[in-house]
Design a protein around this ligand. Structure first.
Ligand code: ZN
Length: 67
């Protein structure tokens, strides 16, 4: 079970609130090839994603939090 990961505490660039980048989320991101930490907390990220609907097909390249 020990994969060397620890929860990270990050500051959201949208609301400036501290949020936890959980091990689960880190693994999820890593599986998708993301090496950078998320810049938004989950709630801001969700709003950001909703605001991006502009007729483009769904992009899997955008960062996505696990549910
Ligand atoms: Zn936020």
């Amino acid at each position: 079970m020990d994969n060397g990961l620890e929860p990270k505490f990050l500051i959201c660039t949208e609301c400036n609130e501290e949020f936890v980048f959980t091990i689960q989320a880190q693994e999820y991101f890593a599986e998708r090839g993301y090496s950078e930490d998320p810049k938004r907390c989950k709630s801001c990220h969700t709003l950001y994603k909703k605001g991006q609907r502009g007729g483009k097909p769904r992009q899997q390249t955008a960062m996505q939090y696990p549910d």
